[in-house]
Design a protein around this ligand. Structure first.
Ligand SMILES: [Zn+2]
Ligand SMILES: [Zn+2]
Length: 310
């Protein structure tokens, strides 16, 4: 008999924790450099920036390595959905003895990372797509280079880490929005117990805005489910949840379907559509015509609207 059988949920949870760790590490680099920008001296900015990213190289390669481990755990979870016993490698003669009480699953050697895709595709009803498999192998090669060559020849950019986490999360959990998951992680983070939970929406929306700026239109469409070329608005729920001390100007929500009559606004951080009212903003300079469903606040400039008599 075997005890402590892992469930697919265990693997998914641990895998996403590693995704979050990789993301957090990368995001914190971005916040640091954002805060270090003092003044408008472009020359100084680019000098700081170059030195900064040279120093940050190790952090980024580590983030990518951690993310890859997360992917492996999640694939193990997929295999465990079929049966966790498929994760056991080694011939039966190598197994721990069954004659001295129950065997903890931990005592078995599990299959190597290089075999995960093959095992998954053999037993699972749906195989992984070719693009995913290619990306998985590329990341593994990169990880091995990092581990064995002290990363001298590996250069990883912020965009690569951000894109990789979003791509892998989307491929493995197509029904989830990464930013919603990320906000939950921030809500449960140790720092949230010290009062930073007030800012989880601000932080998540800041990160989503950064990804939106950094990534191409088709990547944004795939990961955030909004068209970055479309006019984007403030999300009413994020706006009311955010800490307004430093303002809140992250426009991430899109009218879906696009059109002048549409009253449904999708937010990638909430991962849901909010209903809105179409009405011109009172500020003549704003030109916005999308306001909260109660008509109280403009979702373009956040200005409060006067009480409507009708
Ligand atoms: Zn929202
Ligand atoms: Zn307005």
């Amino acid at each position: 008999m075997i005890t402590n059988l892992p469930t697919s949920t265990d693997y998914y949870t641990s895998g996403k924790e590693l995704f979050n760790f990789a993301w957090e590490t990368t995001a914190s680099l971005l916040v640091e450099i954002d805060e270090s920008y003092c003044g408008d001296d472009e020359q100084l900015k680019s000098e700081i920036s170059e030195a900064y990213w040279a120093a940050a190289k190790r952090t980024l390669t580590t983030a990518l390595t951690v993310m890859q481990q997360g992917v492996e755990l999640i694939i193990k979870g997929r295999i465990a959905e079929v049966s966790p016993y498929l994760l056991i490698s080694d011939a039966p003669s190598q197994w721990p003895s069954p004659y001295s009480g129950p065997i903890d699953f931990e005592r078995f050697r599990t299959i190597d990372a290089q075999d995960l895709i093959r095992v998954h595709d053999t037993f699972s009803e749906t195989k992984f797509g070719a693009k995913f498999v290619e990306k998985f192998h590329d990341l593994r090669v990169q990880r091995n280079t990092v581990l064995h060559s002290a990363a001298k020849s590996v250069s990883v950019t912020v965009a690569e880490v951000i894109d990789s986490v979003l791509y892998m999360h989307k491929s493995l959990f197509p029904d989830e929005s990464w930013f919603k998951v990320r906000r939950e992680f921030l809500r449960n983070a140790p720092s949230a117990q010290l009062g930073s939970d007030e800012f989880v929406t601000n932080t998540t929306c800041w990160e989503a805005s950064f990804a939106l700026k950094l990534l191409g239109r088709s990547q944004v469409e795939s990961y955030l489910r909004v068209d970055k070329k479309q006019h984007l608005y403030l999300c009413p729920e994020c706006l009311s949840d955010a800490n307004m001390d430093g303002g809140f100007e992250h426009k991430l929500a899109a009218l879906q379907p696009k059109g002048p009559q549409t009253t449904s606004l999708y937010c990638p951080v909430c991962d849901k559509s909010h209903s809105v009212t179409r009405k011109d903003c009172v500020d003549p300079e704003c030109l916005g015509n999308v306001v909260t469903s109660d008509g109280n606040q403009c979702l373009t400039c956040a200005a409060w609207q006067p009480y409507d008599e009708e």
